[in-house]
Design a protein. Structure first.
Length: 190
């Protein structure tokens, strides 16, 4: 079931981005065709999970990945939600913090053998989840900074204030997942 969902979402999203790539390439809209091209590439990444013996990510995480891509690439960049709705960027950073935190939980359950999970303190698990969420926010802000230096000049319209607000929203999302982890520790050690 999970395999079929990954294949279906990858194909569906990449076909949509391919259509947008061709459309905006023909219109000579260099910003949007580049976003669509990036969308094609990132929509195919989960197909690599199919080569794994056991996919560590459950169906909700896979669906959230494509939801995030749709909201950030199509709605945010191509449909200009980032420009028209100031809250859009912060909301996605908050969602990304939660999403990466839940990915961290999945990776924890995949990488740490079941017998070893019993000896991991809840503080270490919470710190792991939170650090992944914060690290993803930092890496994303570096990406935006480098993108503004080289390509678009539109990713960090608010400068340092935008960067700090985005980092705080990513931290907030990560904190939500960390608190969830704190209360769900018993099920995570099984």
């Amino acid at each position: 079931m999970k395999r079929k969902i990954v294949i279906a979402l990858s194909i569906l999203f990449s076909l949509g981005m391919t259509a947008l790539f061709i459309y905006y390439l023909m219109k000579h809209d260099h910003t949007r065709w580049q976003v669509a091209l990036g969308g094609i590439l990132v929509s195919l990444l989960p197909l690599g999970l199919l080569k794994m013996k056991k996919n560590p990510f459950n169906i909700p995480i896979i669906i959230c990945y494509y939801l995030f891509l749709f909201c950030s690439l199509y709605l945010g960049s191509i449909s200009s939600f980032y420009l028209h709705y100031k809250w859009w960027d912060s909301t996605l950073h908050f969602f990304k913090g939660m999403f990466v935190g839940f990915m961290g939980i999945s990776l924890y359950k995949y990488w740490i053998p079941q017998h070893a999970r019993r000896n991991v303190s809840v503080g270490i698990l919470v710190l792991f989840v939170l650090s992944l969420a914060v690290s993803s926010s930092v890496l994303w802000e570096i990406y935006e900074f480098v993108g503004d230096l080289t390509l678009t000049h539109t990713m960090q319209r608010g400068g340092n204030k935008d960067t700090m607000y985005d980092l705080l929203c990513g931290l907030g999302g990560g904190l939500i997942t960390a608190v969830y982890t704190l209360f769900r520790k018993r099920s995570l050690i099984k």
